[in-house]
Design a protein around this ligand. Sequence first.
Ligand SMILES: Cc1cc2nc3c(=O)[nH]c(=O)nc-3n(C[C@H](O)[C@H](O)[C@H](O)COP(=O)(O)O)c2cc1C
Length: 335
Amino acid sequence: MSKLYSSIKIKDTLIKNRIVMAPMCMYSASEDGIATQFHLTHYLTRAIGGVGMVIVEATAIEPRGRISINDLGLWDDNQIPMLKKIVDEVHKYNTTIGIQLNHAGRKARTNEKNIAPSIVQESGFEDVIEMDKDAIINTIKLFKDAALRAYKAGFDFIEIHGAHGYLINQFLSPLANKRTDEYGGNINNRARFLIEIVDAIKEVFPKTLGLRVSAEEYHQDGNHPEDLVKIINFVRDKLDFIDVSSGGVIAVPINAYPGYQLNFARIIKDNTLLPTIGGGLITTPQMAENAINNEDVDLVFFGRELLRNPYFALNAAKELNTDIEWPTPYKRGKI
Ligand SMILES: Cc1cc2nc3c(=O)[nH]c(=O)nc-3n(C[C@H](O)[C@H](O)[C@H](O)COP(=O)(O)O)c2cc1C
């Protein structure tokens, strides 16, 4: 039996295999942030296709936190019903489903002026409003409110988006956070915004809680995996898994090759002892199997491979000589 197809329990969530659909913005929501028929088809198809864990794309906690005006949102109760429908349908295929909550901060693209921890000269993001204490408190509250809506939609877990240079990552990174108050400076202070968001979400969301991080910022003065270990360990007892990605704070060329982020994931996993999801340019079942066998990660995320091939998880089992149950209507297609 392949390890990739073994189940894993994270907190109270039993995930049937280790294949994770990475969060991927589809830029296909209506301008009021409501999921569409496209989203239902898109996520349901991957569930039918055998994925163990779906992470719904970056979903904005307020309109000015969107990466595009067609992002999903969870700032309004009207956004709950369609997400609930997606959750209910995905659950019929024994697939675990969570949602990634995000605020894009200085990287937002809306008609409003962006907010950020700091105005950083020559960063390309000078035209932003530096958040005062009230804005910080308000934004934490918006994360909490969105988390409650995620709970009402029935999601099994929330993944906080702390990666890719978006707002939380902007606070964490010395490259984007130049504050001199209690939210900037040393690593404890830079982590404060994240810690307060985690605490706020936990008040309303009792289920599984994960965090996506950029473990490497590809700049000598930026965060590196060891820094993320410290940051995660501040909130370790409140988190149930870590999803390890990299980059996005500043624009730099990255030497990306299959599995290029696995060594970052390994450092995080070994030093936080939290269940860890890793990946990046992983396209074959054997690569994913090896990553788990080597104990680099506990689960593997697939992004673009699942866009190309929604039935990847059904087909990959055969390559790993593992017999899995196919959805009944598709059984006659099983090789
Ligand atoms: C179309 C697209 C949209 C993405 N949107 C998100 C997102 O919403 N949140 C996120 O954390 N990462 C996002 N990513 C990054 C993926 O989650 C993943 O980390 C990346 O694609 C590398 O994995 P892959 O090589 O398997 O595709 C996106 C990637 C793609 C291709």
